[in-house]
Design a protein around this ligand. Structure first.
Ligand SMILES: Cc1ncc(C[n+]2csc(CCOP(=O)(O)OP(=O)(O)O)c2C)c(N)n1
Length: 397
């Protein structure tokens, strides 16, 4: 951990932060782990993770060991796996539990600060903690100083039984809950687009300060690659052996229409700076956030294998198969456009991109005519999607 060496909001600087995700049992080259690792480098030991069942719960919690680790202070992300069908709600529960504990600590702190004989150092540190309660980074430091000030005073003069001592002791009894936590809800597209969607929608609509990261592999990877609503037209998947007929659902746009949900579509291998920006912005936003990360997968059978995972993301973005954008409602309050299209106009090579992956190319052998029709449709839909995003940018400008 060399976090003091550089600005950790830059791609280079972020890599001086200790990753709190280390040796997972994921397939070599797995995109899901590279996203999760980066989130731990940004949010560190203040993370609470609620993980849907899926690949990320298997590489994330193999039971005998844990790939999530701790820093020098012995602290790391708190992690739990919930059911496939209720993960968003489970994560929201983390948030409410945390909020209830901190509301109580806030009440006790206000009572302590209102006593005229409370130690001046405790008053200053307590006020600094109150002032930063909703800022995850600043509040961690403020909480440490507040705990130190309370411990110093109580150790120096003992507990005389006065109201200040009693409140101080009660606050210290729950000191690990003082610092603002960063609530993350992790899961795959099968969870987010399909089976957990009702709950996800409910949690996003709650307006509460939780962050969702969807690892979009465009199939149910963990159970052998069944089609989800994230699967694109023409892709061969289980239950779509002749290529999926219906287009991919735009989860990002469904979430954007609320107007108060932070939404980003990212692809680390195409633009790591944009991915990092989205993670930082999502955590800083005082409301629900949804990041959808394009995650090439072993199931896609990319030419050359998963060693090409990150470069495949770049190809996907360059040809317009996957688009990068961010919708930050906080910018509206500053009089700026909330929508930023981070992708350039598609550079061509769309069909070549599809043919680089056997989930598509296999169809040309099994059903050549159908393949041509579906792949054309896939490309046309991608063109329309980009044009639509350009229009959105104009609309919000
Ligand atoms: C209600 C329910 N249905 C089915 C399953 C079996 N199951 C476990 S993981 C999984 C696939 C998860 O796919 P996705 O959410 O896309 O995550 P990925 O594995 O791709 O990361 C399924 C179907 C389950 N655990 N619970």
């Amino acid at each position: 951990d060399k976090a003091d060496m550089a600005d950790t909001t830059t791609v280079k600087g972020s890599q001086f932060n200790q990753p709190l995700l280390e040796f997972s049992g994921a397939c070599a080259g797995c995109a899901e782990t590279s996203y999760a690792r980066l989130v731990t480098q940004v949010c560190g030991d203040r993370m609470y993770i609620s993980n849907a069942t899926g690949c990320s719960s298997i590489w994330g919690g193999p039971a005998a060991t844990s790939p999530y680790t701790v820093n020098k202070a012995g602290r790391g992300p708190a992690w739990a796996n919930s059911l496939f069908e209720d993960n968003a709600e489970n994560g929201l529960g983390f948030f409410y539990g945390q909020k209830a504990l901190r509301d109580r600590l806030e009440e006790k702190t206000r009572a302590l600060l209102a006593l005229d004989y409370t130690d001046e150092d405790v008053k200053a540190a307590g006020q600094a903690w109150l002032d930063t309660m909703s800022d995850a980074v600043a509040n961690g430091e403020a909480a440490k100083k507040y705990v130190a000030a309370l411990e110093t005073v109580l150790n120096a003069r003992g507990d005389c039984g006065c109201d200040a001592c009693t409140l101080g002791r009660e606050i210290l009894a729950h000191k690990e809950f003082l610092a603002k936590k960063s609530i993350w809800i992790f899961g795959g597209d099968g969870w987010a687009y399909d089976i957990g969607y009702g709950g996800l929608d409910h949690v996003l609509a709650s307006g509460e300060d939780v962050n969702v990261f969807v690892f979009d592999t465009e199939v149910y990877s963990n159970t052998g690659g069944q089609a989800s609503k994230a699967t694109n037209v023409g892709a061969v998947a289980q239950f779509a052996a002749a290529g999926k007929t219906m287009p991919k659902k735009s989860l990002a746009e469904i979430a954007m229409q609320y107007g108060y949900v932070y939404v980003a579509q990212v692809a680390m291998g195409a633009n790591p700076a944009q991915t990092l920006k989205a993670i930082n912005e999502a955590e800083a936003y005082h409301g629900p956030s949804l990041i959808i990360g394009y995650a090439p997968c072993e199931m896609h059978s990319i030419k050359g294998g998963m060693a090409n995972c990150q470069s495949e993301m770049k190809k996907a973005v360059d040809c317009g198969y996957w688009n990068l954008f961010r919708f930050n409602p906080a910018l509206k309050a500053e009089g700026k456009s909330p929508f930023t299209l981070d992708s350039k106009a598609p550079a061509g090579g769309y069909q070549e991109f599809l043919m680089n992956e056997a989930r598509y190319s296999a169809l040309t052998r099994a059903f050549p005519e159908r393949a041509e029709k579906l792949f054309q449709e896939n490309e046309e839909l991608a063109k329309a999607r980009y044009e639509h995003l350009v229009k959105l940018q104009e609309l919000y400008a």
